[in-house]
Design a protein around this ligand. Structure first.
Ligand code: CO
Length: 154
């Protein structure tokens, strides 16, 4: 396992669409393990493979209730709306207000290729949407309705 370098805004890879994972092999498992180490080190709640420069449809999420690995994730259901502050490890030092669904259901494969269903509300729902957007080359910055000014920028 290893910590990988997080790609930051300005690198064109972040705007590319990630490819469907077809092989659930040791290489994928190593990527997932490295992504976990990288997320823990960065103190984040979610990470997409593209953020470590790998264009595969792989996402990990941990909002404090355990790590979820989502391979080839698809949002199958959304309900209601929430508005709140969002940031991204690839856009350091910034945050902004983004509208997201309050409840999100996701269908995804696990590291062995088995399809599983996940459901999240509030932060987890926000995180699912944010990370799955990364797989289509979309950054949260394109959804921001209002930027949050940080103390050190005044
Ligand atoms: Co992000």
């Amino acid at each position: 396992m290893a910590i990988r370098k997080i790609v930051t805004v300005g690198d064109p890879v972040l705007n590319k669409k990630s490819r469907t994972v077809e092989k659930f092999d040791a290489r994928l498992h190593a990527l997932l393990d490295d992504m976990k180490d990288t997320l823990v080190k960065s103190d984040g709640v979610g990470l997409a493979a593209v953020q470590v420069g790998v264009l595969k449809r792989v996402v990990i999420v941990d909002v404090g209730d355990g790590l979820i690995e989502l391979i080839n994730p698809e949002i199958t259901y959304t309900e209601d709306e929430q508005e709140g502050e969002e940031g991204c490890l690839s856009v350091p030092g910034k945050s902004g207000i983004v509208k997201r669904p309050m409840t999100v259901k996701v269908r995804a494969q696990n590291r062995d290729g088995k399809w599983c269903l996940y459901s999240g509300t509030e932060l987890k729902a926000r995180c699912f949407c944010h990370e799955i957007d990364h797989l289509d080359g979309i950054l949260y910055t394109s959804h921001v309705t209002k930027w949050v000014v940080h103390k050190d920028e005044k």
